[in-house]
Design a protein around this ligand. Structure first.
Ligand SMILES: *[C@@H]1O[C@H](CO)[C@@H](O)[C@H](O)[C@H]1NC(C)=O
Ligand SMILES: *[C@@H]1O[C@H](CO)[C@@H](O)[C@H](O)[C@H]1NC(C)=O
Ligand SMILES: *[C@@H]1O[C@H](CO)[C@@H](O)[C@H](O)[C@H]1NC(C)=O
Length: 233
């Protein structure tokens, strides 16, 4: 954990601090931000930027009755990268993040990683990404970005968005990385439009081994950038 922490802080945190990141949701003004290399398959944003973060976490899968893995949620922590948008670091952040995350021992969870980082600086955390029951239909699960408990929006009960997928497309880096996705808000004020881009890993194994319908979920580490537009918090 110590070696990992050192690596992570050198690799990711030091440049974040060097960039002058401050301790609020968007350390830098991202109202005019645009997503580089947005594939045509994803509808372009129509509103002003409200957050941009790099996420480190896991995609969860279960075994289906046909012997394949199906996605059943995710859990990730988001760091503010608003101040890095116009720096050379911005493009390689996902590679740095996934390398550090892959190097972390299995016992180190994303939330633990974040709390470890507090030793080095104040929080650069935006919040958490996970899945909840669809708030409209009451069935199925939808992704949520929840900034209500950390960062600048801590304590604001509206600082979240639960969204529904509109378009997705194979990652520009290839299908070894999970799809890039465009989603629209169902509930919450954090953003009206959400994007997942610059994904790294997160795909399940091609074949199901040592698992069966009803066996425990498997979790696969991934990194991605998440972008929010049109927030009103
Ligand atoms: C952020 O930038 C936009 C566009 O340049 C500007 O209109 C807005 O006033 C800025 N917001 C803040 C809080 O500085
Ligand atoms: C994205 O999905 C929406 C809703 O299904 C669809 O109307 C739109 O054409 C899609 N965009 C692209 C670029 O395929
Ligand atoms: C996904 O996996 C994480 C880590 O095991 C777990 O905390 C979380 O509850 C899981 N979420 C879902 C929707 O299965």
């Amino acid at each position: 954990m110590v070696a990992f922490t050192t690596f992570f802080s050198l690799a990711l945190l030091a440049p974040l601090l060097a960039s002058g990141l401050v301790l609020k949701r968007s350390g830098c003004n991202i109202s005019n931000m645009q997503i580089p290399n947005l594939p045509q398959a994803l509808t372009a944003p129509t509103a002003k930027g409200s957050f941009v973060g790099i996420a480190i976490g896991t995609q969860n899968y279960t075994c289906t009755s046909t012997g394949t893995y199906t996605n059943v949620g995710a859990l990730a922590e988001l760091f503010d990268i608003s101040c890095l948008i116009n720096t050379p670091l911005f493009g390689i952040l996902p590679d740095i993040a996934i390398a550090a995350w892959e190097a972390a021992p299995p016992a180190v969870s994303a939330p633990e990683m974040i709390s470890t980082l507090h030793l080095f600086s104040g929080p650069v955390i935006l919040g958490q990404h996970y899945y909840v029951t669809n708030p409209i239909t009451g069935s199925g699960i939808n992704p949520k970005w929840d900034f209500t408990s950390q960062g600048a929006d801590a304590g604001n009960p509206n600082a979240f968005v639960v969204a529904s997928k509109i378009n997705s497309t194979t990652a520009l880096t290839g299908s070894k990385d999970i799809d890039w996705v465009f989603l629209k808000s169902l509930t919450g004020s954090l953003a009206q439009e959400v994007y997942r881009t610059d994904t790294r890993l997160g795909q399940p194994p091609a074949t199901v081994l040592h698992a069966w319908p009803g066996s425990p979920e498997i979790v696969v580490k991934y990194a991605a950038k998440y972008w929010g537009f049109g927030g009103s918090v």
